[in-house]
Design a protein around this ligand. Structure first.
Ligand code: HEC
Length: 151
């Protein structure tokens, strides 16, 4: 139940991310149960593409969403996993955030280490990216202590 409230709350992000709102008009929103079992591609389709676009080429408008297609920074799986875990500027964090409270906690989507690994592996091996040294859930878990939390 708690998870459902938090997921529904996060969709409120559409008010501050127009690109996200647009894609959600076209895409079905995953139920909390489905999200909990989503694989890397499903996580991308239902969360990441709202900002990075379905073809991962990014977008500029109200904000700047960088392309993940052909992104040379994705050569490092660790770099990508750290960004997804901790967020950076307008990129939300998807790792554990026990520090958040109230509305911020409701907005937060907490992906599992396995899902973070899966979505990182997905973007690194699609959209013209050709990196096949997969990162594991254990690798992602090992990054938590070193990952600075988004303020
Ligand atoms: C609310 C919009 C939003 C969502 C949702 C989002 N991102 Fe981002 N992402 C951004 C923005 C904005 C940046 C640029 C951050 C900065 O300015 O440093 C970014 C940056 C990144 C980067 C770093 C790119 C680089 O080369 O520096 C990666 C990797 C990334 N996102 C992956 C993902 C993945 C995977 C997901 C889904 C789990 C996702 N993003 C969901 C907005 C978003």
């Amino acid at each position: 139940m708690n998870r459902m409230i938090r997921c529904v709350g996060w969709l409120g992000l559409s008010t501050v991310a127009p690109a996200f709102a647009q894609s959600h008009e076209a895409a079905a929103v995953l139920s909390p149960e489905a999200l909990a079992h989503a694989d890397g591609e499903q996580v991308f389709r239902h969360i990441c593409q709202g900002c990075h676009m379905p073809d991962a080429r990014g977008a500029t408008g109200a904000g700047a969403y960088p392309a993940l297609a052909g992104d040379p920074n994705l050569a490092s799986a660790t770099f990508a996993a750290e960004i997804v875990l901790a967020g950076r500027r307008d990129m939300p964090s998807f790792g554990p955030r026990p520090d958040l409270q109230g509305f911020d906690a409701m907005m937060h989507v907490d992906l599992t280490d396995a899902q973070i690994a899966a979505v990182v592996n997905f973007v690194r091996s699609h959209f013209g990216n050709d990196y096949h040294d997969a990162i594991s859930a254990a690798d992602v878990a090992a990054l938590h202590p070193a990952t600075p939390r988004k303020p």
